[in-house]
Structures are given as C-alpha cells and as structure tokens.
Design a protein around this ligand. Sequence first.
Ligand SMILES: NC(=O)c1ccc[n+]([C@@H]2O[C@H](COP(=O)([O-])OP(=O)(O)OC[C@H]3O[C@@H](n4cnc5c(N)ncnc54)[C@H](O)[C@@H]3O)[C@@H](O)[C@H]2O)c1
Length: 142
Amino acid sequence: MKILITGGAGFIGSNLCDRLINNNSSSGSNHEIFVIDDLSTGSIENIEHLKNNKNFHYYIDSITNKSLMRELIDKCDVIYHLAAAVGVKLIMERPVHTIETNIYGTELIFQCAAQKGKRTIIASTSEVYGKTRRFLLQKMMI
Ligand SMILES: NC(=O)c1ccc[n+]([C@@H]2O[C@H](COP(=O)([O-])OP(=O)(O)OC[C@H]3O[C@@H](n4cnc5c(N)ncnc54)[C@H](O)[C@@H]3O)[C@@H](O)[C@H]2O)c1
C-alpha cells in the first residue's frame, strides 16, 4: 500500500514511519511511505535513518503546496494527516501561519482526497485532554 504521511518528520509522524517500514519486514507487507514535511517543528534527524530505504520517499515542502499535494494524494492509497502548527507559543506568535496550516492545509488535503476517494486519517489535538487532571478535578468539584 502507498501511504502518505503529512508531518512525517514530526514526533508522531516519524514514529509512524518507523512502525510501517518495520512492519514490512516483520509481516511481509510492502508499504511504500511518502512523507511531506516543511521541518517547521519537525526534524530531518527523525527520518535520517529511513532516507536510504527504497520504500521511503520524502518531500521537504508545505502541505499548502496545492500541486504537490494533488500529485502525492493521487499517488497514495491512504493519507495520515499529521502536519499541523502545534504548540501554544507558536500559535500565539504566528496566528496567520497557524490558520494557513491547520485550516487551509487541512481543507486542501480533504478536498484532494475526496476528489480521488482516498481514505484520510487526521489527528485531533492534545488540547482535547484539557488541563492537568488536578485542574479538571477541581473544576468538576465547583
Ligand atoms: N503529541 C501529542 O501528544 C498529540 C496528541 C494528540 C494529537 N496530536 C496531534 O498530532 C499531530 C502531530 O503532532 P506531533 O506531536 O507529532 O507534532 P510535531 O510538531 O512533532 O509534528 C508536526 C509536523 O508537521 C510539520 N508541519 C507543520 N506545518 C507544516 C506544513 N505547513 N507543511 C508540512 N509540514 C508541516 C512539522 O514540521 C512537524 O514535523 C498534530 O496534529 C497534533 O495536534 C499530538
């Protein structure tokens, strides 16, 4: 299966790349992984060890690059959409960039994926967990 991982050089994305590539040898499956990442919060070091793997391809670019996203989504069977502007500091300091990445970028991916009928998995945000457990319990007791 051809799998596109946006944000594949990030924390979750790079671990997913490792898992899928390792599955190739352990289960005999033959996944081909395509990563797109602009390295804004991710790191090339996270995928350095995969660069020479024949089943691994990566593009240092933004998910807002419409023509590239169209091409990659067309090529792949499944999309894991993990690219996002994350972190309170970055979001507070770069609100327009955040909107462009998280809203426009995601909309673009869904549009291309819907046109081509490609299944897309998107991550939620850790913000859904709310504040610390202690804070939550305090709130619930009020
Ligand atoms: N880490 C957690 O605990 C957690 C929990 C729940 C959900 N999530 C969600 O999972 C996703 C990935 O989180 P993460 O922890 O791996 O963060 P991360 O910052 O390590 O990964 C995000 C990746 O997206 C890339 N990126 C950002 N903007 C981009 C753009 N315009 N084009 C291409 N690539 C871009 C970054 O360079 C980075 O590699 C996010 O949507 C996050 O909200 C994370």
